[in-house]
Design a protein around this ligand. Structure first.
Ligand code: B12
Length: 217
């Protein structure tokens, strides 16, 4: 659909107001919110992610795009929530202590919301104590830890150990991600799952919660 393509290309250019306006128009045209998200916004973000990896796009541009995505998501969110009347589960997200990178975590959150999960985002620089407090309060099915620095990735281990020590690990699974994180590291620190990007994060969550649509491994 042409309008979805326009959403994608305008997002890639970082034209926040235009993307927001097109999102409203797409909703008025009765395009399902999930389709607007995946074939418009996420399609555009995918291109940006690839260009960024290949050094064809740089940080200030990526931040402009992320802002445009956020503005458009504000419009889309209530419609996504209404379309997925029953939540498929609750996910708590946070970037670990000492780390303020949040672009990737936010993308993971957006994708999970789009897939019908409730997402509670604790933000960045989150201490192990805050994670435990939030688990007790929110009773999530899964918590997702993000770290972008080789120094702060070790704080993930501390969080996992603290969850064990505080005996809140029984009903919650832990997934980890971020550029320096690997599958091996995830098993080393006894996390339950790892995903290399936002799309695979949705698959991992579905598979940990035994929901339909999870890829067989
Ligand atoms: C943007 C950025 C910043 C921004 C952050 C803005 C923000 N709001 O996030 C600013 C300018 C603030 C910043 C600061 C710093 N940064 Co910086 N930053 C980056 C940069 C360029 C991009 C990161 C990014 O957003 N990538 C795009 C997203 C989409 O990708 P992603 O984060 O990897 O997320 C994906 C996956 O990893 C995964 N994922 C992420 N989280 C999670 C969580 C879960 C649960 C799951 C399942 C998956 C998952 O899914 C995401 C979506 O697909 C990287 C370089 C790079 N190429 O990665 C450096 C980088 C991470 N930064 C670096 C450094 C050193 C710093 C500073 C220390 C610099 C300084 N001297 O001050 C500070 C640290 C501040 C702090 N205490 O955290 C280094 C880290 C080196 C290292 N190995 O430790 C990098 C690698 C740059 C470099 N080459 O040196 N940075």
């Amino acid at each position: 659909m042409e309008i979805l393509e326009q959403i994608s290309t305008n997002l890639q250019e970082g034209y926040a107001e235009r993307v927001k306006k097109l999102t409203v128009e797409a909703l008025e045209a009765r395009i399902p919110p999930q389709t607007i998200l995946t074939e418009g916004l996420i399609a555009g973000m995918d291109v940006v992610g690839k260009k960024f990896k290949n050094n064809e796009m740089f940080l200030p541009e990526v931040l402009t795009v992320a802002r445009a995505m956020k503005m458009s998501m504000e419009v889309l969110k209530p419609h996504l929530a209404a379309a997925n009347v029953k939540s498929r589960g609750k996910i708590l997200l946070g970037t670990v202590k000492g780390d303020i990178h949040d672009i990737g975590k936010n993308l993971v959150g957006i994708m999970l919301q789009g897939a019908g999960f409730d997402v509670v985002d604790l933000g960045t620089d989150v201490s192990k104590e805050k994670f435990v407090e939030a688990i007790r309060r929110e009773q999530p099915d899964i918590i997702g830890l993000s770290a972008l620095l080789t120094t702060t990735m070790m704080n993930m281990k501390q969080v996992v150990e603290f969850l064990d020590a505080q005996q809140v690990r029984n009903n919650v699974k832990v997934i980890v991600g971020g550029a320096p994180i690997s599958k091996n590291f995830a098993s080393e620190i006894k996390a339950d799952g790892y995903a290399r990007d936002a799309a695979s994060a949705v698959d991992v969550v579905k598979s940990l919660l035994h929901l339909d649509g999870a890829p067989r491994t």
